[in-house]
Design a protein around this ligand. Structure first.
Ligand SMILES: NC(=O)c1ncn([C@@H]2O[C@H](COP(=O)(O)O)[C@@H](O)[C@H]2O)c1NC=O
Length: 522
């Protein structure tokens, strides 16, 4: 690039029209002091004038009143010719002179708060009224004409603007970057509008899914690498301001790609339980899930499930971490801990370990849908959550054996919820509100049973409560579990061989419940 092509363009005239008035007065004052002429819309002009800064109202420029409740303010050729004239072209310059239009060198616009209005639960009419029309037109025009105009869409850029006006204007490289930001801004805005229309007004069919799905993400961070060192990776956020991707990191090394996927799985596991609960995850699978009277007890129980695997694990907690729990965690090599908060002294106890990453993510996981890219497209499903009917033991069917007492049923219900966080085929053995043996990710269910029993060990398997994420296709699964002496089993039921499976449980004297609900997790 030659020095000439990257030359700065002085800023002499600016068009300012902002919904968010943050930093407006300082901006206006600074522009005025640098000799920039200001043109502005209704209440923006009012605020600038009130700050004692001279400003021309856009109506004076257009000779046309702002009308229709602000639907028409800047939609006028005197405004748009001033933004769109390519001042590199003598012919455009000549036309402006003939038309008596003065060019703008700077456009500062931010848009009506459409997303925020939708989120506030406003009526459809109120949402539609907050679709900005004139603003995006000016932003897009200025961004297109970046060889002649600089465009700014965020108060975060005002300091740069004031720096530039005092220093001869923005160079072309910066104007291009600002134009890129501006198009991202209007694209994200339009995606929000189009998605809202698609879900609110698009033709309804039986699918319950909108015919258009839009989402935009902004890069938050470049990660060291992805799942493996040869895979470059980055973290993007969806702008909701919440969730794991936007968690606050209170201590420790930078999060890695695998840290994020494991922490996501850990939060899924910990938030299913009503009482204090802790989940410890390795490679997206639990090596311990437990509830307790408090988080410290839940952590001890979760860790005891498989201390060998918990080394280097990721821990999620559904309550604030106590100092007692933090001191326990600090004793064990742990990659990440995530919790809604940390009680007095907890962070200090954790921070004694240099490497542990400590995250604060205030709310439970809330994504209503899950999107999975596949080659050439994507799959979308409603997020798997516990179901009021099938996941409530009150609605289970006793398939065989003696009905469990309320206390025993609570044990089985814990196993059922915990099993939902295990990759399929999933078998989970539990005792005293804690997993004691987990069989995960096997390609047949009988191997998952064997793995869960083996990991529990003879003593813990005996009298345990077992959950299976999906039905047992053959009775051989029951044989493995009953030989280990389990007390009761819960599973969805629904196999064509249910009769044989029930028969095997009956013969072994094992109580079995059917939920009617399945929780595959891949
Ligand atoms: N209709 C128009 O011509 C128009 N021109 C600018 N706006 C928006 O009006 C807002 C500023 O208005 P005011 O200065 O009156 O507060 C900005 O968010 C800007 O994007 C418009 N409003 C909506 O479309």
């Amino acid at each position: 690039m030659t020095a000439e092509s990257n030359a700065k363009r002085a800023i002499r005239r600016a068009l300012v029209s902002v919904y968010d008035k943050t930093g407006l007065e300082e901006l206006a004052r600074g522009l005025h002091e640098a000799g920039v002429e200001l043109v502005s819309t209704g209440s923006t002009a009012g605020r600038i004038a009130a700050a004692g800064v001279p400003v021309t109202k856009v109506e004076e420029l257009t000779g046309f009143p702002e009308c229709l409740d602000g639907r028409v303010k800047t939609l006028h050729p005197r405004v748009h010719a001033g933004i769109l004239a390519d001042l590199r072209l003598p012919d455009h310059q000549r036309q402006l002179e003939e038309l008596g239009v003065e060019p703008f060198d700077l456009v500062v616009v931010n848009l009506y708060p459409f997303r925020e209005t939708v989120a506030s639960g406003a009526t459809p009419d109120e949402c539609v009224e907050q679709i900005d029309i004139g603003g995006p037109s000016m932003v897009r025009a200025a961004a297109k004409n970046h060889p002649s105009v600089a465009v700014v869409t965020s108060p975060a850029r005002y300091a740069d603007v004031l720096g530039a006006v005092r220093d001869g204007g923005f160079d072309l490289t910066t104007r291009k970057r600002l134009a890129a930001e501006a198009f991202q801004h209007t694209a994200a805005y339009d995606v929000a509008v189009a998605s809202w229309f698609a879900s609110s007004y698009a033709p309804v069919d039986d699918s319950q899914f909108p015919d258009f799905l839009g989402a935009t993400w902004e890069r938050e961070n470049t990660l060291r690498y992805g799942e493996n060192p040869h895979q470059p990776a980055a973290l993007y956020v969806d702008g909701s301001g919440s969730g794991l991707a936007q968690a606050e990191q209170l201590h420790g090394k930078e999060m890695s790609y695998n840290n994020y996927t494991d922490t996501d799985a850990a939060r899924r596991a910990a938030y299913d339980h009503d009482g204090p609960a802790v989940a410890i995850i390795k490679h997206a699978n639990p090596c311990g899930i437990a509830t307790g009277a408090d988080v410290a007890e839940a952590h001890r129980k979760a860790h005891a499930c498989d201390p060998l695997s918990a080394f280097g694990g990721v821990i999620a907690v559904n309550r604030p971490v106590s100092k007692e729990m933090a001191e326990q965690v600090a004793e064990i090599f742990t990659e990440v801990i995530v919790a809604p908060d940390y009680e007095d002294g907890a962070l200090e106890a954790l921070a004694k370990k240099k490497n542990i990453r400590v995250l604060k993510a205030p709310a439970a996981p809330a994504n209503p849908v899950e999107i999975k890219p596949i080659d050439g497209g994507a799959l979308l499903q409603v997020t798997d959550r516990l179901q009021a009917d099938g996941d409530d033991p009150a609605n289970w069917t006793l398939a065989t054996g003696e009905a469990l007492s309320a206390e025993e049923l609570a044990e089985l219900a814990f196993a059922w919820k915990a099993c939902r966080a295990v990759k399929s085929n999933a078998i989970l053995l539990a005792k005293d509100g804690a997993s004691v043996g987990v069989g995960m990710g096997q390609v047949n269910r009988v191997d998952s049973c064997k793995l869960a029993v083996e990991r529990a060990g003879e003593e813990r398997a005996r009298g345990s409560y077992v959950a299976s994420d999906a039905f047992f296709p053959f009775p051989d699964n029951i044989d493995v579990l009953s030989e280990a002496g389990v007390k009761a089993i819960v599973q969805p039921g629904g196999s064509v061989r249910d009769e044989l499976v029930v028969e095997a449980a009956k013969k072994a004297g094992v109580t079995m419940y059917f939920t009617g609900t399945r929780h595959f997790f891949h």
